[in-house]
Write a protein that binds this ligand. Structure first.
Ligand SMILES: Cc1cc2nc3c(=O)[nH]c(=O)nc-3n(C[C@H](O)[C@H](O)[C@H](O)COP(=O)(O)OP(=O)(O)OC[C@H]3O[C@@H](n4cnc5c(N)ncnc54)[C@H](O)[C@@H]3O)c2cc1C
Length: 622
């Protein structure tokens, strides 16, 4: 029997971050995968980031995660989504060379000290007295202090193509059935979710003249705060649309769809519906947009984003050939649907440790999420906490006011999810202060203290912070006189002329004026990094909103700071309904804030709890 401090089951996006987070802080870690050649495989779209997801990657990067750096190394196109809107909702997205990404991650893991990778199937957990002690695999038994399970869509996966279905974790990869059965035996509540993927086409068989070309941003903005610049040639994507004929073909074949013939009963991704779903649910829409995304710079495969389908192959062909530009397209891989098991995530603490088995952590798709970024974010948090547990240190919990990762994990563990969960900016209450651009300011210190952010990278953040302070104080003090030349420049910017002397800060508050405009009007203090000026501009322009949000955060933190002991006896509380008491006992919230977000727990119940806490004894905090 071999001994490790942490075993990570799975080498997908969650497993990679979990394994690296442990090994990098000196924990002897083993990663198990069903297929050594599929490390970091992108099962679906060849892209990282997007609305809400880009923020997750930036948070991850600021904390010392690997996804942002890897995305920069393997990107073939960068775009900022919502670039015409405010900083709070702008999100980065990159097209990725997905084979290169997998190779990059494989190499990254192979070179990591303290990390061993093994091809084996975890089939059962060794559990004694409510504590995990190791894993039984098809190749032997392994002991560990902590276990992190990140099996993605593989848990009892069932693949659907038309009315045919067969067991599988992804196409051409076997499912993980033993582990799913074992989790059930151990007492976890399991749900069944579904997702699907789109067909891939041969790029040489597409008529590009009929398509709309979509280029990357002129100035690409990389994901990682540590990537200085990104100068490679970008690869374009293309856009086309479905039409009446496409919709007719789909409608005529719904009886051959596993979704509409009742074969798939699991809950699917509402925000990323299959093409069958789109045609049925949005019957009045005349066309649906389709993005043609290359899977790499030097490969022939084009991913057809927007045509996720599990219809039979002959119907898929008919659909594709009805679309402008795709009339003669050759399919390299057909789309398919997959149903798989997930664990109800309310059975986890915000550290991602399970409530029923100590030292056992779950991360990624297994917790009901969908997406590489959501998986990676959880993997990092689970990895950090498993490492802290081995080192006998306080756990690491990110709250809703700290980061998108904090919101993701709080949503999952407090509210749970009845459908595949994906991140959106709209889920984040304090999005004016937790933005992509300031992830390093919010989180790099935590990453540095945890040992995941290097001194060099942390010093860059410190320099940025110093630059912001200097920039703000400079703009407050520097004055501009209402001279002819200043007013002429203001006129060029469609700005009202100055009638009196104003500070540069006042000038920057005007919506038409940016930092580069300010530079044309007045010399700025030298030596301040561009990234600091960007923050200065945001802080000055949105000052009122930001201050108001900080006040909201203070109120939020008040409840968050009041801890609830794990052995709190909720049955003793009088004046509270039995339903609420049972819910609190089941959820085991760690603090009053978390308790207040559990559905059905009323403000009156929270006030009562507060009174009880003041009077009662709170022992054994988590
Ligand atoms: C068909 C399909 C369609 C998808 N569509 C979308 C989409 O539209 N949008 C979106 O955002 N996401 C989509 N996804 C989901 C996305 O791929 C996942 O969310 C993401 O990969 C999850 O990461 P993960 O680390 O949790 O698991 P994965 O990346 O799936 O990795 C799982 C890892 O666990 C290993 N493993 C599993 N069981 C065992 C075991 N018992 N022992 C050892 N190793 C094991 C596997 O070998 C693999 O390395 C789709 C996935 C599939 C398969």
């Amino acid at each position: 029997m071999k001994n490790f401090e942490v075993i990570v089951i799975g080498a997908g996006h969650a497993g990679i971050e979990a394994g690296l987070a442990c090994a990098r802080v000196g924990i002897k870690t083993l990663m198990l995968t069903l297929d050594i050649n599929s490390i970091g495989r992108m099962s679906c779209n060849p892209a990282i980031g997007g609305v809400g997801k880009g923020q997750l990657v930036k948070d991850l990067d600021a904390l010392g995660g690997a996804m942002g750096v890897a995305a920069d190394a393997c990107a073939i196109q960068f775009r900022i989504l919502n670039s015409s809107r405010g900083a709070a909702v702008q999100s980065s997205r990159a097209q990725i060379d997905m084979r290169k990404y997998s190779r990059y991650m494989h190499k990254r893991l192979l070179h990591q000290k303290n990390l061993t990778i093994k091809e084996a199937e975890a089939q059962k957990l060794i559990v004694q007295d409510g504590k995990v002690l190791g894993v039984i695999t098809d190749k032997g038994t392994l002991q560990a202090g902590c276990v992190i399970i990140c099996p993605g869509t593989f848990l009892d996966g069932l693949i659907h193509v038309g009315l045919e279905h067969f067991s599988g974790g992804r196409i051409n990869e076997r499912a993980s059935v033993g582990l799913a059965d074992n989790l059930k035996e151990l007492g976890f509540n399991l749900l069944r979710f579904k997702t699907g993927t789109c067909p891939r086409l041969d790029k040489n068989t597409i008529s590009y003249l009929k398509l709309i070309r979509q280029d990357g941003d002129l100035i690409p903005r990389p994901f990682s705060f540590s990537t200085k610049s990104w100068k490679r040639k970008q690869v374009p994507c293309y856009i086309t649309y479905t039409n009446k004929k496409t919709h007719e073909i789909i409608r005529n074949n719904l009886n051959r769809s596993p979704l509409y013939s009742g074969i798939i009963t699991a809950t699917g991704v509402r925000y990323c519906p299959s093409i069958e779903d789109k045609i049925v649910k949005f019957a009045d829409k005349e066309r649906h947009q389709i993005f043609l995304e290359p899977e790499g710079a030097r490969v022939d495969d084009i991913y057809l984003n927007g045509v996720s389908t599990s219809l039979p192959e002959d119907v898929q062909l008919e659909i594709l050939h009805s679309i402008a530009g795709l009339e003669k397209a050759k399919v390299m891989r057909f789309g398919y649907g997959i149903e798989h098991v997930v664990v109800e995530p309310t059975q986890l603490y915000p550290t991602l440790e399970t409530k029923i088995i100590k030292n056992l952590y779950l991360a990624g798709q297994i917790n009901g999420t969908t997406g590489y970024e959501e998986a990676a974010a959880q993997g990092l948090v689970a990895g950090i906490n498993a490492a802290l547990r081995i080192k006998n240190k306080e756990p690491f919990i990110l709250d809703r006011a700290s980061s998108y990762i904090g919101v993701l994990i709080d949503d999952l563990t407090t509210k749970g999810t009845q459908e595949p969960y994906r991140m959106f900016t709209s889920r984040v209450e304090y999005r004016l202060i937790i933005r992509e651009d300031n992830a390093d300011l919010r989180l790099a210190k935590m990453g540095f203290d945890l040992g995941l952010v290097s001194r060099h990278d942390y010093q860059r953040t410190e320099k940025k912070i110093k630059g912001i302070q200097e920039g703000l104080s400079f703009l407050k003090k520097a004055r501009v006189k209402p001279t002819k030349s200043v007013n002429a420049k203001l006129a060029q910017l469609n700005c009202a002329p100055l009638k009196r002397v104003v500070s540069l800060e006042e000038l920057l508050k005007r919506p038409q004026i940016s930092i580069p405009d300010l530079k044309m009007i007045h010399k700025l203090k030298p030596g301040i990094p561009e990234s600091s000026w960007q923050q200065v501009a945001i802080e000055i322009k949105y000052a009122g909103f930001i201050q108001r949000q900080f006040k909201d955060v203070e109120r939020f933190k008040h409840l968050e700071k009041i801890r609830l002991p794990l052995d709190f006896d909720y049955s003793c509380l009088s004046g509270m309904s039995r339903e609420i008491r049972e819910k609190l006992a089941k959820f085991k919230p760690l603090n009053l804030g978390q308790a207040s977000r559990i559905s059905g727990v009323t403000p009156v119940a929270i006030s009562l709890l507060m009174v009880y806490l003041r009077k009662g004894q709170c022992t054994k905090p988590y």
